[in-house]
Design a protein around this ligand. Structure first.
Ligand code: OOG
Ligand code: NI
Length: 454
């Protein structure tokens, strides 16, 4: 029998190697990692209850290695290649995000591990966007872009060999996996030489900055890599003191005791030196981001979240230079008072997804309800961490890094079927994953407690 390295180990190895590469490429990212590590250690020290909750839920271990990244690909063939590459790391496409609503000509998915054990080991995820040239009005320019993209190969032959081997043999040995990681890394590397001349770059850029970013380079360089913090407001406040310039507001819900979904902030994209057929120029794409993750919410919870957020946005809009940020934050706090700030209330009202575990031995009496088991100290309900993304937040991040000079407006043009055809697979529904984890954990816990009547 051949000994294969588990996909979890390959993913961990890749995530660590990518993080090292990005630290070398973007030193500010390294500073951010150090800052987040300091704040997380301090938060855990000052908040023993949070420490204990994360420990009991088995989430403490993943915290220091937890990252998400983002890439943007240009063609259907590239997207399906990337899908096959991530499969080697135990990552599958989850969810469909239509960014055209925010005037960005892409649609996206998130590649990530899905089972509980894999998530605990390393939840590394990559937000992957596919350029939609069909939304570009200037058809001649779209044709030029397609032509340029058709000539590049974003996955190296060596990575291809290992991907094929993984698919036929069902796994990779340690040596093969190491070769795979080294070769796969090349896809995500920054290339300072543009593949187009300056005039073409300018034309693409005028249509949308993001089109220039996707089309003008050899590959889909990783554009940010995001660590997870336990206190995003503390990191946001500390950033300027360490020479990092953050965006005006934290995206997502207001600060609360029981975190929900995702709060994110970033530092502005860097202006980098590039060369256009030998002549010097600049390109702005790569940035740094941090996030705080909370509980995954049910469709009912999501509807309430969306409502609180849209009411906030109706009351206050943050301007391109951060105008009205204070008014926005105040409105956000008020509107989110309608979202219960406690896990017990969220569970009882069906707003969040939980994972259950038995915390005592089999019982010899039948309990009347789940709540009675919890109150009696026999059953624990841990909040399930939200493992996905928020399109509105993603759009805010995109926008702040693309500048607000050119606000293209495309009408909402979701096309999940076309995306899945390009991907060569269906995307997994995130809600179904959280619901299944909850149902499965409850059945197991009730069986262990001898309470299958519930
Ligand atoms: C991806 C932006 C989305 C997030 O955290 O919401 C994202 C991009 O800029 O390509 O990473
Ligand atoms: Ni991000």
């Amino acid at each position: 029998m051949t000994q294969f390295l588990s996909t979890n180990e390959i993913r961990s190895l890749f995530a660590a190697t990518l993080s090292d590469m990005y630290r070398d490429e973007v030193p500010l990212y390294g500073d951010l990692i150090d800052l987040v590590r300091d704040v997380n250690a301090q938060t855990l020290e000052q908040n023993p209850k949070l420490h204990q909750q994360l420990e009991a839920a088995g989430e403490l271990g993943r915290l220091d290695v937890e990252r998400h990244g983002a890439i943007r690909v240009g063609t259907a063939a590239e997207l399906s290649m990337i899908r096959r590459m991530f499969a080697v790391m135990g990552m599958v496409p989850v969810g469909y995000y239509d960014l055209s609503v925010a005037g960005i000509p892409v649609h996206s998915t998130a590649f990530r591990p899905i089972d509980a054990a894999a998530l605990k080991q390393n939840p590394f995820r990559v937000f992957c966007s596919l350029l939609r040239l069909d939304l570009v009005e200037d058809r001649a320019l779209a044709a030029t872009a397609a032509q340029v993209l058709s000539k590049r190969q974003i996955v190296t032959p060596e990575a291809m060999v290992q991907i094929d081997r993984f698919e036929t043999a069902g796994g990779l040995t340690r040596t093969e996996a190491e070769a795979f990681v080294t070769a796969a890394l090349e896809t995500f590397r920054w290339h300072a030489e543009a593949t187009v001349d300056q005039a073409t770059y300018e034309q693409l850029h005028a249509a949308h900055r993001l089109i220039a970013d996707v089309v003008s380079f050899k590959g889909p360089h990783i554009n940010h890599l995001t660590p997870r913090t336990l206190d995003i407001d503390a990191v946001q406040a500390e950033m300027p003191k360490r020479g990092i310039d953050p965006k005006a507001i934290v995206e997502g819900p207001a600060r609360r005791t029981a975190d929900i979904l995702l709060r994110q902030t970033s530092f502005k994209a860097l202006q980098e030196q590039v060369s256009f057929s030998g002549s010097p120029g600049t390109h702005t794409a790569r940035f740094g981001e941090i996030e705080q993750r909370g509980i995954a919410v049910t469709p009912k919870g999501r509807a309430l979240y969306d409502d609180c957020l849209s009411r906030t946005r109706a009351r206050a809009k943050v301007g391109p230079a951060g105008e009205s940020a204070a008014a926005y934050v105040a409105a956000l706090g008020e509107e989110f008072e309608r979202f219960p700030d406690g896990y017990t209330a969220m569970r009882q009202q069906g707003l969040g997804y939980f994972q259950y575990r038995a915390v005592s031995d089999q019982l010899d009496v039948d309990f009347a309800s789940i709540d009675a088991l919890i109150d009696g100290g026999h059953l624990a309900a841990d909040p399930q961490t939200y493992e996905d993304f928020l399109p509105v937040s993603a759009a805010g991040i995109f926008q702040s890094n693309l500048g607000s000079d050119k606000q293209s407006t495309y009408c909402a043009a979701a096309n999940q079927a076309a995306f899945e055809e390009a991907l060569g697979a269906a995307v997994t529904d995130a809600d179904a994953l959280y619901a299944a984890t909850e149902a499965h954990s409850l059945t197991q816990a009730l069986t262990a407690l001898g309470q299958t009547h519930l």
